[in-house]
Write a protein that binds this ligand. Structure first.
Ligand code: MSS
Length: 365
């Protein structure tokens, strides 16, 4: 269609009308596109690549893809063909970029100004990491981190550590982690990390390593730049360093997707709808306010509960008078963590779960 920017080749199969193209490696789902379906259709799901997507030829023979497993008693390489014989599990998980909500920071951090659409709820199928580890004799003692390395070919002439996508999470996160080959019932696309992706449920997107080529249990966190200096919660005015908290588990969050300013509807009865999710905990409660957070009412959790890593849809039946309204939602997880009013300020604009930032203003005739 005239005016619509063509999608980058690796994502050409996506629905351009559903996406905001920030750059060729950052595509955001429009807020107005999230419906009440629980699973985000693959064509609408956001994309974030730190490096250019690999050549599509890595999908020519998916079964031959090799994964090096290290830091276990019998370290060796396994093909995807072999991994598929070891076990299979399916889980539903919110995939969210740690920078989702960065666009609401008044400090305008560098990085993509995502609002809500660097997230989706996705079904993953693969082999549990612990089954692979068991086959290989278990994790070596003292190896407290699980480190995944992306399979991108790195440009020559640069220090690989400065560009490689390599992230470490605490080794106990392997408990529910998958080495996944299927997303939403289809072989994983190049855009989303096929042929093989590490899925660490409840963790921020940067830890979900695409085209994974190495899974290592390590005594130390990776010293790659993306781990040591990238994705750190750096207090305002500071420089990122490895002593600051890394972007790991997601934090409890919700937002409203309907009504929105661009399709406010008319005064009268309305179903206020949105999504809510925790990190490692499921959602216990969502409250909605139609007066900008002065008073709250419990919303109804709608539809099936696909487990603690999936998001919950919520709805509140309300009556809105003609005029302007500020609608907000506030989620509580099963551990009792409540979505805060204010974001936690940090240089990189990570982990924004402020309910105030996610407010919707509508004017009804
Ligand atoms: N992986 C690899 N290999 N590479 C890259 O670049 N990125 C990250 C993850 N992984 C990467 C990887 C990020 S950062 C994110 S978000 C995610 O991924 C996304 O996903 P998708 O599928 O959506 O695209 Mo932030 O935190």
């Amino acid at each position: 269609a005239a005016g619509a920017k063509p999608l980058p080749a690796y994502a050409a199969w996506k629905d351009a009308s559903a996406l905001i193209q920030h750059s060729s490696s950052t595509l955001e789902t429009k807020r107005s596109v999230f419906g009440m379906g629980l699973i985000t259709p693959s064509e609408q799901l956001y994309v974030r690549n730190n490096l250019p997507a690999p050549n599509a030829s890595i999908l020519d023979d998916r079964e031959a893809w090799q994964l090096e497993v290290e830091g276990v008693k019998s370290a060796r390489s396994l093909s995807l063909r072999e991994l598929k014989t070891l076990g299979v599990e399916t889980l539903t998980m919110v995939l969210q970029c740690s920078g989702n909500g960065r666009g609401f920071f008044p400090s305008k951090p560098s990085g993509t100004p995502w609002t809500v659409g660097a997230a989706g709820c996705v079904v993953w199928t693969g082999v549990p990491v612990r089954q692979v580890v068991d086959l290989l004799g278990g994790v070596l003692p003292g190896h407290g981190f699980m480190t995944g390395t992306g399979g991108e070919a790195l440009p020559a002439g640069l220090d690989p550590k400065s560009i490689v996508v390599e992230r470490s999470v605490p080794a106990q996160a392997m408990g529910e982690a998958l080495l996944a080959w299927e997303m939403n019932g289809q072989p994983i696309s190049l855009a989303h990390g096929g042929p093989l992706r590490l899925i660490v449920p409840g963790y921020q997107g940067v830890n979900q390593i695409k085209y994974i080529k190495r899974l290592a249990f390590t005594a130390q966190e990776s010293d790659a730049k993306i781990m040591a200096h990238g994705y750190r919660i750096s207090p305002p005015g500071s420089k990122a360093d490895p002593s600051q908290p890394s972007v790991l588990e997601m934090v409890v969050k919700s937002w409203i997707n309907s009504p929105l300013a661009e399709r406010p509807g008319v005064a009268g009865p309305v179903q206020i709808q949105g999504v809510a999710f925790g990190g490692l905990h499921g959602i216990k409660r969502v409250e909605v306010s139609i007066d900008g957070g002065k008073t709250w009412r419990d919303a109804r959790l709608v539809g099936p509960d696909l487990g603690k890593y999936a998001w919950r849809q919520f709805a509140l039946a309300a009556k809105l008078a003609p005029g302007s309204h500020t609608l907000v939602s506030r989620a509580t997880d099963t551990a009792g963590n409540v979505q805060p009013e204010q974001r936690m300020e940090n240089v990189g604009g990570y982990n924004n779960n402020s309910w105030a930032d996610h407010a919707v203003s509508v004017t009804l005739a």
